[in-house]
Design a protein around this ligand. Structure first.
Ligand code: WTA
Length: 658
């Protein structure tokens, strides 16, 4: 493999510290070492046992049908209702008074929602959707910030068999529109506005812009969140728009959940691929919920009724789907859901929340940990974090420095840390230490979970040896695997299954390495997908946004390593004619243009105006060379360029400040 990883990632491989679990933790841990042997001996029996965590109205007749690979069917013939599993059954078992959600609003308002209340809310919302004519199989788009109604909406869809498609609240109108159109969403659920860093910002107005002329949308349900704090009126389309409180509050709290087939689609979630058009990743019911519940139990060592769990993700991403909504609720968790940013109104907000609710399990992302490091260890030191007993990380490789800082300053030096590798496509955690079992190493996700099989292979699909690097593949099907790309079976096969078609491996798009113990170290994407603060953004997507601006003739985008965000977006643009002498203002306008087209998370960190782009003779842009420039390294081998002087022209142009 051509290793294009950054020097920081190389450093990971010299890490040799190892932390065994404490005997007390190990003695009480949910997971045990024999799970590995049990799963290896009979994988399907192992997964069938995990599926018993759920309530099935009809039991399956076959664990796995892989006869039409890569289209899997798990728990064939089984029937269940996902929302019943996440809510009602806990109430029926006598836990109705247990808090499901400690919700904390950014301005400081709070709500505690018990499982009994959640059941009523979800039932009412299900009845509300039914009253609008939403039926099983229909698609409902949800663009909401982190408020309880977001979770209620998702569960209401699941309850009636409608698919939700959650669109991150920070995505632009055109990104929302693209997703609404692709899935033919019948209903959109949103809010009047959202609190962002202490201010109320409009949400509904953006949704209206997105939906102008959208053919499929019949109704828009609007949650009132910012109310009078929002400047100006909420734009309203009579006949189409309806307030959440007017629709839902009036509904009956009785709704009988119907059992759906194990393979009934549960949701679509769009993610960036190597081309400009986002892929609608499709997940189904029984297998997905089984693996979400199993991993939430095993990896977080979750104890219902005792732990207070907090996953800091947004429901706009898969982590929010699997580890705020489906996994924890299926396992009867009591969890914190926080609406706002970590530094509003001050940089100790997370620690204050942990102290107040006695959070015991805290699952977050490396980019946030590095931000906390920047803000300083004296901030968490002011709070009582002694309730914490397990920490987790997801979204990108965590550098050993950040891991150690997290362990010492947040975990008090004694919490196991689980570095969890997975993807939107895998639906649930795949590679992670098992707390209480694994000797944790800072920076390594270590081993596939019991029941999961992953390998690091070279170009010829041969597994590399210890110390060797290559491509990460998943060589056996798993219950929560994606069932396809919405409306595009060919793209599904082509994207994930063509690279190692003969062997039938799923290619994850990540590079990885084994250390001398055979533990896995993730090395970042090997394709044209960037990872910025744990968010996947494709280089093509940003390039398309740039060239849609009238001043841009051509653009090439690379992800350059960044101390806080993991990667930062660096764009090289060739401007048209007169624009070529553009100053700072024009560059600012381009950055804003990308933010407007895709969303603020895609705003390039830096844009460099260049006279030419480095291309091979077949016209492919050599991003490797641009990355050298973006990361201030000596430019590598240029012999395969069509014009070998291009890099000199670029470097000269940049040093003379144009
Ligand atoms: C990266 C997020 C290293 C990886 C759940 C993957 C990680 C992509 C880790 C998926 C980790 C996620 N260590 N890299 N622990 N977790 N990644 O779909 O490149 O938003 O392919 O899912 O994030 O991102 P996605």
């Amino acid at each position: 493999m051509t290793t294009e990883q950054s020097p920081t990632l190389d450093n990971l491989l010299t890490e040799s510290r190892s932390f065994p679990p404490s005997p007390e933790f190990a003695a009480a841990a949910n997971a045990t070492a024999d799970w590995y042997t049990e799963a290896d001996a009979d994988r399907e029996a192992f997964w069938a046992k995990q599926a018993e965590r759920l309530h099935w109205d009809t039991k399956w007749t076959q664990v796995l049908d892989w006869s039409n690979a890569p289209f899997a069917k798990w728990f064939v013939g089984g029937k269940l209702n996902v929302a019943y599993n996440c809510v009602d059954r806990h109430v029926e078992a006598g836990h109705g008074d247990q808090v499901a959600i400690h919700w904390v609003g950014e301005p400081g308002d709070t709500r505690d929602i018990t499982y009994a209340q959640l059941k009523d809310e979800v039932s009412k919302a299900a009845n509300g959707l039914l009253s609008l004519g939403v039926t099983a199989g229909d698609r409902v788009a949800i663009q909401l910030q982190m408020i309880p109604e977001a979770i209620v909406s998702m569960l209401a869809c699941a309850r009636i068999g409608a698919l939700h498609s959650v669109v991150f609240g920070g995505f632009s109108p055109s990104a929302l529109r693209q997703r609404v159109d692709d899935a033919d969403a019948k209903v959109v659920i949103t809010s009047d506005g959202q609190y962002r860093r202490g201010k109320a910002a409009p949400m509904k107005a953006n949704v209206d812009e997105a939906l102008d002329g959208a053919q499929s949308v019949e109704k828009v349900i609007v949650v009132r969140r910012t109310g009078d704090d929002l400047e100006g009126d909420v734009p309203w389309s009579d006949g189409r728009d309806i307030w959440w409180h007017e629709l839902i509050d009036a509904q009956s709290a009785d709704h009988k959940p119907e059992a759906f087939d194990s393979e009934h689609p549960l949701y679509i979630l769009y993610t960036s691929g190597t081309t400009g058009k986002p892929k609608g990743i499709l997940h189904t019911s029984g297998g997905y919920l089984t693996q979400a519940a199993y991993t939430h139990n095993a990896v977080f060592d979750h104890k219902p009724g005792q732990d207070v769990y907090w996953c800091t993700a947004d429901i706009g991403w898969v982590t929010g789907h699997s580890y705020i909504v489906y996994g924890p609720l299926a396992n009867r968790a009591t969890q914190v859901v926080y609406e706002g940013t970590p530094n509003t109104p001050h940089e100790g907000r997370h620690w204050e929340i942990i102290q107040k609710y006695k959070v015991s399990i805290y699952y977050t992302a490396p980019t946030l940990i590095r931000t906390f490091m920047k803000w300083g260890a004296e901030i968490p030191a002011k709070y009582d974090l002694s309730s914490l007993r397990l920490l987790g990380s997801v979204g990108e490789p965590i550098n050993p420095e950040a891991w150690m800082w997290f362990r010492e300053n947040i975990g008090g030096g004694n919490c196991p840390i689980v570095d969890t590798w997975w993807q939107t496509e895998t639906g649930a955690i795949m590679i992670s230490p098992l707390p209480g079992v694994t000797h944790a190493k800072p920076g390594s996700a270590q081993r596939p979970l019991p029941g999961v099989s992953a390998k690091v292979v070279d170009d010829t699909a041969t597994e590399v040896g210890n110390g060797g690097g290559g491509y990460l593949v998943l060589d056996k099907p798993w219950p929560s695997m994606l069932r396809g790309i919405w409306g595009d079976d060919e793209r599904f096969k082509d994207t994930y299954w063509s690279r190692f078609a003969e062997q039938g491996f799923y290619f994850a798009g990540d590079g990885a390495k084994y250390d001398n113990d055979g533990d896995i170290w993730l090395l970042g994407r090997v394709d044209d997908v960037m990872n910025v603060s744990g968010h996947r953004i494709s280089t093509t997507e940003v390039e398309s946004a740039l060239v849609s601006h009238p001043t841009v003739a051509e653009a090439a985008v690379v992800g350059a390593s960044d101390p806080t965000t993991g990667q930062g977006i660096v764009a090289f643009v060739i401007l048209r004619g007169d624009a070529a002498k553009a100053g700072d203002e024009a560059i600012q306008e381009l950055r804003n243009h990308v933010a407007k087209e895709i969303g603020p998370i895609a705003k390039p960190r830096q844009i460099m105006v260049v006279p030419e782009l480095p291309k091979t003779r077949s016209g492919k842009i050599m991003r490797r060379l641009l990355r050298d420039v973006a990361e201030n390294r000596e430019v590598g081998d240029v012999t395969t360029l069509a014009d070998s002087t291009v890099m000199d022209q670029i470097s000269k142009g940049l040093s003379s400040g144009s």
